[in-house]
Design a protein around this ligand. Sequence first.
Ligand code: HEC
Length: 172
Amino acid sequence: MKITYALLISIFLVISFTSCNVKGFFVKPGDDPQWVDPNPQPKAGAIAELPGEKVFKSKCAACHQANGKGLPGSYPPLVGSKLLNTEPTTPIRIVLHGIQGPIVREGQSYNGAMTPHKDILNDLEIAEVLTYARSQWGNTGAAVTEDEVKAVRAKTASQTVSYTEADLTKPL
Ligand code: HEC
Protein backbone atom coordinates (compact mmCIF):
# COMPACT_ATOMS: atom_id res chain seq x y z
CA MET A 1 0.00 0.00 0.00
CA LYS A 2 2.77 2.40 1.01
CA ILE A 3 4.59 1.72 -2.23
CA THR A 4 1.48 2.50 -4.30
CA TYR A 5 1.06 5.90 -2.58
CA ALA A 6 4.70 6.77 -3.14
CA LEU A 7 4.36 5.75 -6.80
CA LEU A 8 1.20 7.82 -7.30
CA ILE A 9 2.77 10.86 -5.67
CA SER A 10 5.88 10.61 -7.82
CA ILE A 11 3.80 10.22 -11.00
CA PHE A 12 1.75 13.27 -9.97
CA LEU A 13 4.90 15.27 -9.31
CA VAL A 14 6.49 14.32 -12.62
CA ILE A 15 3.34 15.22 -14.56
CA SER A 16 2.80 18.53 -12.80
CA PHE A 17 6.46 19.52 -13.15
CA THR A 18 6.73 18.74 -16.85
CA SER A 19 3.37 20.24 -17.73
CA CYS A 20 4.23 23.66 -16.36
CA ASN A 21 6.42 25.97 -18.39
CA VAL A 22 9.68 25.36 -16.55
CA LYS A 23 11.56 27.77 -18.78
CA GLY A 24 8.93 30.42 -18.09
CA PHE A 25 9.87 30.43 -14.44
CA PHE A 26 13.43 31.43 -15.06
CA VAL A 27 13.49 33.18 -18.42
CA LYS A 28 11.46 36.32 -19.01
CA PRO A 29 9.87 36.69 -22.43
CA GLY A 30 12.20 38.66 -24.69
CA ASP A 31 15.32 37.31 -23.03
CA ASP A 32 16.02 34.93 -25.91
CA PRO A 33 18.72 36.56 -28.01
CA GLN A 34 17.72 36.75 -31.66
CA TRP A 35 20.08 34.70 -33.81
CA VAL A 36 21.78 37.01 -36.29
CA ASP A 37 23.35 35.53 -39.42
CA PRO A 38 26.95 36.78 -39.33
CA ASN A 39 27.23 36.26 -43.08
CA PRO A 40 23.90 37.32 -44.59
CA GLN A 41 23.29 36.25 -48.17
CA PRO A 42 21.25 38.52 -50.44
CA LYS A 43 17.60 37.46 -50.36
CA ALA A 44 16.47 35.44 -53.35
CA GLY A 45 15.25 37.86 -55.98
CA ALA A 46 17.26 40.79 -54.55
CA ILE A 47 19.06 42.74 -57.24
CA ALA A 48 22.83 42.53 -56.90
CA GLU A 49 24.77 45.79 -57.07
CA LEU A 50 26.04 46.64 -60.56
CA PRO A 51 29.75 47.27 -61.19
CA GLY A 52 30.38 50.98 -60.68
CA GLU A 53 27.26 51.45 -58.54
CA LYS A 54 29.20 51.49 -55.27
CA VAL A 55 31.72 54.01 -56.63
CA PHE A 56 28.89 56.14 -57.98
CA LYS A 57 27.14 56.17 -54.61
CA SER A 58 30.30 56.99 -52.68
CA LYS A 59 32.02 59.39 -55.13
CA CYS A 60 29.38 61.03 -57.32
CA ALA A 61 25.96 60.82 -55.65
CA ALA A 62 26.73 63.41 -52.96
CA CYS A 63 26.62 66.03 -55.72
CA HIS A 64 24.77 64.48 -58.67
CA GLN A 65 22.37 62.51 -56.40
CA ALA A 66 21.74 58.77 -56.45
CA ASN A 67 19.01 59.28 -59.06
CA GLY A 68 21.41 61.24 -61.32
CA LYS A 69 19.13 64.29 -61.32
CA GLY A 70 21.66 66.58 -59.61
CA LEU A 71 20.57 69.66 -57.68
CA PRO A 72 19.23 72.50 -59.85
CA GLY A 73 21.60 75.48 -59.75
CA SER A 74 24.37 73.57 -57.95
CA TYR A 75 25.07 70.20 -59.58
CA PRO A 76 23.96 69.50 -63.14
CA PRO A 77 21.92 66.38 -63.93
CA LEU A 78 23.67 63.33 -65.36
CA VAL A 79 20.33 62.11 -66.67
CA GLY A 80 20.40 62.94 -70.37
CA SER A 81 23.76 64.76 -70.08
CA LYS A 82 25.36 65.19 -73.51
CA LEU A 83 28.88 65.39 -72.09
CA LEU A 84 28.33 62.16 -70.19
CA ASN A 85 26.74 60.15 -73.01
CA THR A 86 28.97 61.25 -75.88
CA GLU A 87 32.14 59.48 -77.09
CA PRO A 88 33.99 58.23 -73.99
CA THR A 89 37.04 60.55 -73.92
CA THR A 90 34.84 63.50 -72.86
CA PRO A 91 33.35 62.04 -69.66
CA ILE A 92 36.70 60.37 -68.89
CA ARG A 93 38.40 63.80 -69.09
CA ILE A 94 35.68 65.28 -66.82
CA VAL A 95 36.09 62.60 -64.16
CA LEU A 96 39.92 62.69 -64.26
CA HIS A 97 40.40 66.47 -64.22
CA GLY A 98 37.04 68.00 -63.34
CA ILE A 99 34.96 70.64 -65.13
CA GLN A 100 34.51 74.25 -64.06
CA GLY A 101 32.92 77.48 -65.15
CA PRO A 102 29.54 78.57 -66.39
CA ILE A 103 27.27 76.05 -68.09
CA VAL A 104 23.54 76.01 -68.77
CA ARG A 105 21.63 72.72 -68.53
CA GLU A 106 17.88 72.37 -69.01
CA GLY A 107 17.43 76.11 -68.56
CA GLN A 108 19.42 76.20 -65.29
CA SER A 109 22.72 78.05 -64.91
CA TYR A 110 25.64 76.42 -63.12
CA ASN A 111 29.00 77.93 -62.31
CA GLY A 112 30.71 75.40 -60.12
CA ALA A 113 33.79 73.25 -60.09
CA MET A 114 33.75 69.49 -60.04
CA THR A 115 36.46 67.70 -58.04
CA PRO A 116 39.15 66.07 -60.23
CA HIS A 117 39.18 62.34 -59.53
CA LYS A 118 42.54 61.38 -61.08
CA ASP A 119 44.06 60.74 -57.65
CA ILE A 120 40.85 59.37 -56.13
CA LEU A 121 39.82 56.66 -58.59
CA ASN A 122 41.86 54.20 -60.64
CA ASP A 123 41.28 53.41 -64.33
CA LEU A 124 39.00 50.44 -63.68
CA GLU A 125 36.90 52.38 -61.15
CA ILE A 126 36.47 55.28 -63.60
CA ALA A 127 35.55 52.85 -66.41
CA GLU A 128 32.98 51.14 -64.22
CA VAL A 129 31.46 54.28 -62.72
CA LEU A 130 31.06 55.83 -66.18
CA THR A 131 29.64 52.60 -67.61
CA TYR A 132 27.17 52.61 -64.74
CA ALA A 133 26.14 56.28 -65.11
CA ARG A 134 25.91 55.95 -68.92
CA SER A 135 23.50 53.02 -68.59
CA GLN A 136 21.20 54.35 -65.85
CA TRP A 137 18.10 56.55 -65.81
CA GLY A 138 17.49 56.18 -69.54
CA ASN A 139 21.04 57.23 -70.46
CA THR A 140 22.36 55.78 -73.70
CA GLY A 141 26.19 55.98 -73.53
CA ALA A 142 28.11 52.84 -74.40
CA ALA A 143 30.27 50.98 -71.88
CA VAL A 144 33.67 52.51 -71.08
CA THR A 145 36.73 50.26 -70.81
CA GLU A 146 39.69 50.41 -68.46
CA ASP A 147 42.01 50.72 -71.49
CA GLU A 148 40.13 53.79 -72.74
CA VAL A 149 40.57 55.44 -69.33
CA LYS A 150 44.25 54.47 -69.24
CA ALA A 151 44.83 56.03 -72.69
CA VAL A 152 43.06 59.29 -71.76
CA ARG A 153 44.94 59.46 -68.45
CA ALA A 154 48.27 59.13 -70.31
CA LYS A 155 47.30 61.67 -72.98
CA THR A 156 46.15 64.27 -70.43
CA ALA A 157 48.94 63.74 -67.89
CA SER A 158 50.06 67.38 -68.24
CA GLN A 159 46.55 68.75 -67.50
CA THR A 160 46.79 70.72 -64.24
CA VAL A 161 43.49 72.62 -64.16
CA SER A 162 39.89 71.54 -64.62
CA TYR A 163 38.39 71.78 -68.10
CA THR A 164 35.88 74.37 -69.18
CA GLU A 165 32.99 73.44 -71.42
CA ALA A 166 34.87 75.07 -74.34
CA ASP A 167 37.96 72.89 -73.69
CA LEU A 168 35.83 69.78 -73.93
CA THR A 169 34.39 70.64 -77.32
CA LYS A 170 37.90 70.19 -78.75
CA PRO A 171 38.54 66.53 -79.50
CA LEU A 172 41.35 64.94 -77.55
C1 HEC B 1 31.78 67.88 -55.25
C2 HEC B 1 30.66 67.71 -56.15
C3 HEC B 1 30.82 66.78 -57.33
C4 HEC B 1 31.21 65.45 -57.32
C5 HEC B 1 31.64 64.61 -56.13
C6 HEC B 1 31.12 65.00 -58.69
N1 HEC B 1 30.70 66.02 -59.50
FE1 HEC B 1 30.37 65.91 -61.48
N2 HEC B 1 29.99 67.92 -61.53
C7 HEC B 1 29.95 68.75 -60.43
C8 HEC B 1 29.70 70.11 -60.87
C9 HEC B 1 29.58 71.33 -59.96
C10 HEC B 1 29.61 70.07 -62.27
C11 HEC B 1 29.40 71.28 -63.20
C12 HEC B 1 30.62 72.20 -63.15
C13 HEC B 1 30.41 73.50 -63.91
O1 HEC B 1 29.60 74.31 -63.45
O2 HEC B 1 31.06 73.70 -64.95
C14 HEC B 1 29.77 68.67 -62.65
C15 HEC B 1 29.69 68.20 -63.96
C16 HEC B 1 29.73 66.85 -64.32
C17 HEC B 1 29.52 66.35 -65.66
C18 HEC B 1 29.16 67.19 -66.88
C19 HEC B 1 27.64 67.28 -66.93
C20 HEC B 1 27.16 68.12 -68.08
O3 HEC B 1 26.11 67.76 -68.64
O4 HEC B 1 27.80 69.10 -68.40
C21 HEC B 1 29.68 64.99 -65.61
C22 HEC B 1 29.56 64.02 -66.77
C23 HEC B 1 29.98 64.65 -64.24
N3 HEC B 1 30.00 65.80 -63.47
C24 HEC B 1 30.18 63.36 -63.79
C25 HEC B 1 30.56 63.04 -62.48
C26 HEC B 1 30.88 61.70 -62.04
C27 HEC B 1 30.79 60.45 -62.89
C28 HEC B 1 31.24 61.80 -60.73
C29 HEC B 1 31.74 60.71 -59.81
C30 HEC B 1 32.95 60.02 -60.22
C31 HEC B 1 31.12 63.20 -60.36
N4 HEC B 1 30.70 63.91 -61.43
C32 HEC B 1 31.38 63.70 -59.09
C33 HEC B 1 30.10 68.36 -59.13
C34 HEC B 1 30.51 67.11 -58.71
